[in-house]
Write a protein that binds this ligand. Structure first.
Ligand SMILES: [Zn+2]
Length: 224
């Protein structure tokens, strides 16, 4: 299925960041297959072994849950160009993959058997390595089936949380807003507004919560 929202939330977050990086680099990337059912996996396994023209496509059978696609931790990509979708004459796939690797993804183009240039996967989730030596055995050991693994996703918090205004100030991803947010929150705290446990070290705020607090305080200030 070409549905990014069926992937693990952490991978969805990385894809959102990657879309910006790819666009900035002039790479027009289309997202292909994401989550794969056992039946779909069996079809691909069989095709590579019965269709003499394509060669081996995967080493993983459906019921083995051996494909990272079945665990929602992989997706395929190509050019966003119907006629040249898999044209790699200009090194398109490596260039797109290099940016993905900077975001912590692993690339199928680095594999030996089979080489899988359109494939990217997330091996470390929440700081824990769940894909070891390219296999899903750690996932199977911990969760048994993809369904059980997916149940843990609901508890997943995609947004990082700031524990202090210093953390906000140091967050490069916020760009120029980092200093503005941190200064305004510091001023609120200094002015006696209790946030979290009080004091700038007792925060537990997502980026959205930080923004809302600042907008509200600006509205109040504008009225006084
Ligand atoms: Zn793939």
């Amino acid at each position: 299925m070409r549905d990014v929202t069926q992937l693990h939330p952490e991978l969805q977050g990385k894809i959102a960041e990657l879309k910006r990086l790819w666009a900035d680099a002039g790479l027009n990337v289309a997202i292909g297959e994401c989550l794969r059912t056992a039946a779909e996996q069996d079809k691909i396994y069989a095709k590579g072994r019965t269709d003499g023209t394509v060669g081996t496509l995967t080493n993983a059978k459906g019921a083995d849950y051996g494909s990272v696609h079945q665990w929602g931790l992989a997706f395929d990509f190509c050019r966003n160009d119907k006629e040249r979708a898999f044209d790699d004459s200009d090194g398109f796939f490596r260039r797109a993959a290099e940016l993905a690797k900077q975001k912590g993804l692993s690339w199928g183009g680095d594999w030996k058997n089979p080489v899988d240039k359109p494939h990217l996967q997330l091996e470390t989730v929440g700081g824990e390595r769940l894909i070891t030596n390219g296999t899903t055995s750690e996932l199977k050991k911990r969760f048994g089936t993809p369904e059980n693994f997916m149940k843990t996703w609901e508890e997943w918090d995609m947004q990082k949380r700031y524990k202090s205004t210093e953390e906000i100030r140091a967050d490069k991803e916020l760009g120029a807003s980092a200093k503005v947010y941190a200064d305004e929150l510091d001023a609120l705290i200094a002015g006696g507004v209790a946030i979290g446990r009080g004091g700038s070290a007792g925060l537990d705020l997502t980026e959205d919560m930080v923004r809302n607090l600042i907008y509200c305080s600006r509205i109040v200030k504008a009225r006084v």
